[in-house]
Design a protein around this ligand. Structure first.
Ligand code: DGL
Length: 271
């Protein structure tokens, strides 16, 4: 089935998941939407995050006829995944369960740290997912509200990444965690700085890899894999400034991602 997989986020964060999906499923067409104009979602009221997630989903269903949706945003997953799953008739995957599963496989001392936006941490969604799999776990949660705006500013290659990571993560520094879940899809962009600050003894977990595996399993199980002989197409759309989004995407992918377009969710294009 050559319809695209839709991938959504509040901004550039979901690119960390999209890259992994493209790596594991190179034949699949991908359409990505970053709602950069309304980023960050982390401090917003829950109803607003739910409404924005619905708008992104409807845009992709109506204008691009997606066959599957990946909510590549922890905040939207925590708040909107269950509702969106009930409301649409295509498979929908979030990023919290895959991240939790990976962390459980990796921890040796059963002590896991979770960093995320205010909404993700407040929701307790990671703790719930982790403890449902292993009741013996100890979980240290920390909201890091400075990191998403920093990544969106495009300055993540600067030296200042180390300072902002230290300011944000210092409450976790002297804990006994041996595994740290990056519970926000923007954070893998700062992974090197986070690893430097936490030290090599802490394993850093991003959900992209396991999420892509879940996407692959579902597509294969449902007979939805792309069988077309043509090369896959990847489209990247943003509700914000095109050039900054394209620069971050090119940096993250390590090459020009090609088609980047600015869209308005209020005026969806019918194709
Ligand atoms: N990438 C989003 C997440 O995983 C960032 C949310 C935000 O916009 O604050 O939570």
């Amino acid at each position: 089935m050559d319809q695209p997989i839709g991938v959504i986020d509040s901004g550039v964060g979901g690119l960390t998941v999209a890259k992994e999906i493209i790596r594991q499923l190179p034949k699949e067409n991908i359409i990505y939407v970053g709602d950069t104009k309304r980023c960050p979602y982390g401090p917003r009221p829950e109803e607003e995050v739910l409404q924005y997630t619905r708008e992104l989903t409807q845009y992709l269903l109506n204008s691009h006829h997606i066959k599957m949706l990946v909510i590549a945003c922890n905040t939207a997953t925590a708040i909107a995944l269950d509702a969106i799953k009930r409301e649409v008739d295509i498979p929908v995957v979030g990023v919290i369960q895959p991240g939790a599963r990976t962390a459980i496989k990796v921890t040796k001392n059963q002590t896991i740290g979770v960093i995320g936006t205010e909404n993700t941490i407040k929701s307790g969604a990671y703790e719930e997912a982790l403890v449902a799999l292993n009741t013996e776990l100890k979980v240290e949660n920390l909201a890091c509200p400075l990191l998403v705006p920093f990544v969106e500013s495009g300055k993540f290659l600067d030296k200042t990444a180390d300072e902002i990571v230290e300011t944000s993560l210092h409450p976790l520094k002297n804990t006994t965690i041996d595994t740290l879940i990056l519970g926000c899809t923007h954070y893998p962009i700062l992974k090197d700085a986070i690893q430097r600050y936490m030290g090599e003894h802490v394993k850093i977990i991003s959900s992209g890899d396991e999420t892509a595996r879940e996407v692959s399993t579902i597509l294969s199980y449902k007979g939805l894999l792309n069988q077309s002989p043509f090369a896959a197409e990847h489209q990247f759309l943003t509700t914000g400034e095109r050039s900054r989004f394209a620069k971050i995407a090119d940096d993250w992918f390590g090459h020009e991602v090609g088609h980047v377009e600015c869209i308005s969710l209020q005026e969806p294009v019918n194709r």
